[in-house]
Design a protein. Structure first.
Length: 232
């Protein structure tokens, strides 16, 4: 049963979220490189496409063709959706004026034009890096995200963590601006024989959610969350 939630498309995670994300809410996926942020956001996009929704994927890291190739390698036939209900846009994360204009002015218009109901920004941390002062970053990000709240659209943003704190996003900002925060991280057991991945839902406004830490695996064609297993 969907109970009106927007599914991420990862079964064990959707269960932890009480069925999925709240429609129109803003979700952050926070984790260091290789924890699966891009993979999670592609699952979210693919779930939307399968449900005949219109989706926008803003990539600040990987080129359009690489994003499409990842999806194809997962066995998803995305070609028929391209530029009809799937819009993939690569932004240059070194040109502040251009990226700023496209994210703040063009994205809201595009959401309206194509009637997008799901948007991914992967990773928002590369955009946040472009601001020269904390004050500007805070003010501009707050305005940008508040602007997105007026849309009938569920947003997923990803962020790298801080070098010395794997529990916080790069600038420690988006976890406050988001309704839902999902933390991905590596867990290294004391015997150091193996590295595991674990996820938790650290915040979900206006909803009950699981507070358990669950192991997950990034597999070729799916993300597997072991919702019955315990990490510690
Ligand atoms: N086809 C695949 N089969 C199994 N694991 C994969 C595959 N593709 C990627 N991965 C795993 O996913 C990781 C990258 O995930 P990604 O979503 O790009 O992470 P992030 O965006 O957080 O850097 C890789 O390091 C690898 O462990
Ligand atoms: Mg990535």
């Amino acid at each position: 049963m969907s109970n009106g939630r927007i599914k991420v498309g990862i079964p064990g995670l959707d269960d932890m979220l009480g069925g999925g994300l709240i429609p129109g809410s803003i979700c952050s996926i926070i984790g260091t490189y290789g924890t699966g942020k891009t993979t999670f956001s592609l699952e979210f996009i693919w779930d939307g496409l399968k449900k005949k929704e219109n989706v926008i994927y803003i990539s600040l890291e990987e080129r359009e063709d690489r994003i499409l190739k990842y999806m194809t390698l997962k066995g998803w036939d995305v070609e028929p959706y391209l530029n009809k209900s799937l819009y993939v846009i690569k932004l240059d994360p070194t040109d502040f004026n251009l990226a700023n204009n496209r994210i703040k002015n063009e994205l809201p218009k595009l959401i309206d034009e194509v009637k997008a109901t799901r948007v991914v920004i992967d990773p928002i941390s590369l955009f946040e890096d472009l601001f020269t002062t904390d004050f500007d970053r805070r003010q501009e990000m707050f305005r940008f995200i508040e602007g997105l709240r007026d849309k009938n659209c569920t947003i997923m943003m990803t962020s790298e963590t801080q070098p010395d704190n794997v529990f916080a996003s790069r600038h420690g900002l988006i976890e406050y601006l988001s309704d839902t925060v999902i933390l991905l991280r590596y867990v290294r057991p004391s015997d150091l024989t193996d590295v595991h991945l674990a996820l938790e839902v650290v915040k979900m406004r206006m909803s009950a959610h699981s507070r358990e830490i669950k192991p997950y695996e990034l597999q070729q064609d799916q993300v597997l969350v072991y919702s019955e297993a315990n990490v510690f």
